[in-house]
Design a protein around this ligand. Structure first.
Ligand SMILES: Nc1ncnc2c1ncn2[C@@H]1O[C@H](COP(=O)(O)OP(=O)(O)OP(=O)(O)O)[C@@H](O)[C@H]1O
Ligand SMILES: [Mg+2]
Length: 294
């Protein structure tokens, strides 16, 4: 089903979208949104609303519950197509293309968008699809929220990633942030290949390039917190660092420790694969020095 976001999107009518939005909006107030609230929001009469709800349930975009009264909630799949609809309305996406891949917490699609129909990437966050317990352990930024929902978790992750890219781009080599809605972001396409899956000819030069980007991000006040050879693309011009939702700022109580862990991941990778050695204390000092001068 999720692999089929483009088809699901194309097969959803504007009235169905309106009903989905009505349910989504009212999920703030109800666990199961009553049919009369949906009808009140959409201005479709109860009979028509009931008919649309029936079709949406058949398409597995919404879930129906009749335990106490007739109520509805949207499934994750509906959230994806609502985000896509917002992008299409704003012109940041004109057509969705191939499924690029699936990460631990994301689904990534290629697309074209904007006035020039340039190639872009849509990253849909899927955080809330794991158990909430796991999300809470993994994502520090959710700790103070008692009423977690997948809707909130995935939207927050997407927003955080978009915010980070906005702060970093273009000073730091990261994908260009283009748009954000619900659990999704639109960004430029990474150039090159993942550092983990390629053999570079000048490892010293690439290591310097990566550390230079880490330094620039630190000067802006951001620490990636999941830096590894899998979240860096390399190309003949340099590198791009991506996958930022778990970033922290230097005001975080463990900022230095988290930066140390990021730097250590990269130095360890270069040492093991390319036998390039750097002293971590020296690297850390050079970064911290720059940050303190700010
Ligand atoms: N802007 C982009 N351009 C091209 N490919 C991308 C882009 N963003 C993500 N990808 C591809 O999608 C994969 C998953 O993206 P990302 O690392 O951001 O998500 P993730 O859920 O954290 O994945 P993982 O858990 O595997 O690290 C990447 O490894 C990369 O191959
Ligand atoms: Mg990643």
């Amino acid at each position: 089903m999720l692999e089929n976001i483009p088809d699901t999107f194309l097969n959803t009518t504007s009235k169905e979208f309106r009903v989905l939005i009505a349910i989504e909006n009212n999920m703030k107030f109800y666990e199961w949104v009553p049919i009369d609230e949906i009808s009140g929001f959409t201005k479709y009469n109860i009979k028509e609303t009931g008919h649309i709800l029936f079709t949406l349930a058949k398409k597995k975009l919404i879930q129906r519950n009749i335990a106490a009264y007739e109520g509805y909630k949207i499934y994750f799949e509906a959230y994806y197509i609502l985000a896509l609809k917002a992008f299409v309305e704003r012109g940041s996406v004109n057509a969705i293309g191939d499924f690029v891949g699936v990460g631990k917490e994301s689904r990534v699609y290629s697309a074209v968008g904007g006035l020039t129909n340039r190639e872009v990437i849509i990253k849909f966050h899927t955080e809330g699809q794991m158990s909430f317990k796991k999300v809470r352990i993994k994502r520090e930024h959710l700790e103070d929220r008692k009423h977690l929902s997948w809707l909130y978790a995935s939207r927050l992750a997407a927003k955080r990633e978009y915010d980070a890219l906005k702060l970093l781009y273009p000073n730091v080599s990261v994908p260009e942030p283009i748009d954000h809605n619900r659990n999704a972001i639109v960004m430029s396409v990474l150039k090159g290949k993942a550092l983990a899956h390629t053999q570079v000819d000048e490892p010293e030069w690439y290591l310097d390039e990566i550390l230079a980007q880490v330094k620039k991000a630190a000067q802006i006040g951001l620490i990636h917190c999941d830096l590894s050879e899998f979240n860096i693309f390399v190309n003949p011009q340099g590198c791009e660092i991506f996958d930022w939702p778990q970033y922290v700022t230097f005001s975080h109580p463990n900022a230095e420790e988290l930066l140390h862990r990021d730097v250590d991941n990269i130095l360890t990778f270069f040492k093991k694969k390319y036998r390039v050695k750097r002293d971590i204390t020296e690297v850390m000092n050079s970064i911290m020095e720059l940050c303190q001068k700010k």
